[in-house]
Design a protein around this ligand. Structure first.
Ligand code: PLP
Length: 360
């Protein structure tokens, strides 16, 4: 029979919606037909998608934030071709391969104050590791999270999800506690109970897009430190330069204990997640040889993901994408402010800046 991907793609071109309706989540094609987004994209490059007729679509969804360096970036494609051609020994499990070490070194250089990395395969897995590490390291059971928070959809991450529509019907979840985003008094009241392992927070909430009031993260960081609880910054959506700093928490004077990353680190190709933490946390979790695999993943640190991650970090630096995001963000915000003069439905953004727009 053999296998030839180009022939398969051309023989079955256009059948994706029908196949999804029959074999996958049937609501996806239904929803896309209903809103008129039922296109067949054949190619993607940079910020654009192309259909079979060559019509170009600007991709503002950006795969929910996965294409921070654009679609099919040539530098990452070459790194992946090179990794495959090198026939690397990947996922051996009983070895210490070079690429994960190199990616950890490069990633930690972007996060002064953090010392070690655990690699996995998605944002939600990075969050699962963060929650487990925080509980084990502090010996405390409870995690605080924010109303409207989104940290992924596996059971641990769902337990710190602040939206009822995701949680409904999946109980019992882990009994963690929601507090209002931006409310330091609520955080302090929960911390006083003495059983809090950590507070997990997105520096900017992705769902609905809410920016914390000025000083919120720094205030939270201080309260947590005083009470011996950890700050977990979930940078799966906001990290990798997207907000004009490499990590969004770096806009504020905070020193998180754990930071989660995924999405753009993949280069838009190979699923990857990373949980970075302070050394003492890793030293507790992996405290002896018999605990070497107490938290691990078969596919984590695979060569393709590591190569894609390294190439992505190089692209972000070479193309100065962090300062580009800062510049472009400022231009967009100004244009949006100007547009409020003409379009009254936009008036809510008038007078607000990226740091003070607490908008849901
Ligand atoms: N954390 C945040 C802040 C996210 O935005 C997301 C996904 O959108 C996740 C975690 C989960 O990531 P994944 O979909 O890779 O599991």
């Amino acid at each position: 029979m053999g296998f030839d991907l180009p022939s398969l793609l051309s023989e079955r071109n256009g059948q994706g919606y029908e196949l999804h309706a029959r074999y996958l989540n049937p609501q996806r094609p239904r929803m896309l037909h209903a809103i008129g987004f039922d296109k067949v994209y054949e190619r993607a490059e940079g910020g654009y998608l192309y259909d079979g007729a060559g019509v170009r679509y600007a991709d503002f969804l950006s795969g929910f934030g996965v294409f921070g360096i654009g679609h099919n970036h040539p530098v990452v494609r070459k790194a992946l071709h090179d990794a495959l051609d090198a026939e690397l020994a990947s996922m051996v499990q009983f070895d210490c391969a070079l690429l994960p070490g190199l990616l950890a070194e490069r990633l930690l250089a972007k996060a002064p104050g953090l010392d070690r990395v655990y690699f996995c395969n998605s944002g939600t897995e990075a969050v699962e590791a963060a929650l487990k590490f925080a509980r084990y390291a502090t010996g405390r059971p409870r995690v605080l999270y924010c109303d409207h928070a989104f940290h992924g959809l596996t059971t641990g991450s769902l337990s710190v999800n602040g939206a009822d529509e995701f949680r409904r019907g999946f109980n019992p979840l882990v009994p963690d506690t929601a507090i209002a985003f931006g409310d330091l008094d609520a955080l302090e009241a929960e911390l006083r109970k003495g059983d809090v392992a950590a507070f997990i927070v997105e520096p900017i909430q992705g769902k609905g897009v809410a920016v914390a009031p000025p000083g919120y993260l720094a205030g939270a960081s201080k309260l947590l430190r005083e009470r011996g609880a950890l700050l977990i910054c979930d940078e799966v959506q906001t990290g990798m330069g997207r907000t004009g700093r490499f990590f969004a928490y770096q806009h504020d004077d905070v020193d998180p204990d754990i930071v989660t990353v995924a999405k753009t680190l993949s280069g838009g190709f190979v699923p990857v997640g990373a949980t970075m933490a302070k050394a003492w946390i890793f030293e507790k979790v992996y405290s002896s040889m018999d605990r070497v695999m107490v938290h691990d993943s078969t596919f984590g640190s695979n060569a393709a993901a590591m190569a894609a991650g390294l190439a992505t970090l190089a692209v972000i630096e070479d193309e100065q994408l962090v300062s580009n995001a800062e510049r472009t963000g400022a231009v967009l915000m100004q244009a949006l402010r100007d547009a409020t003069e003409t379009y009254e439905m936009l008036a809510d953004v008038r007078g607000r800046g990226p740091a003070d727009a607490h908008h849901r």
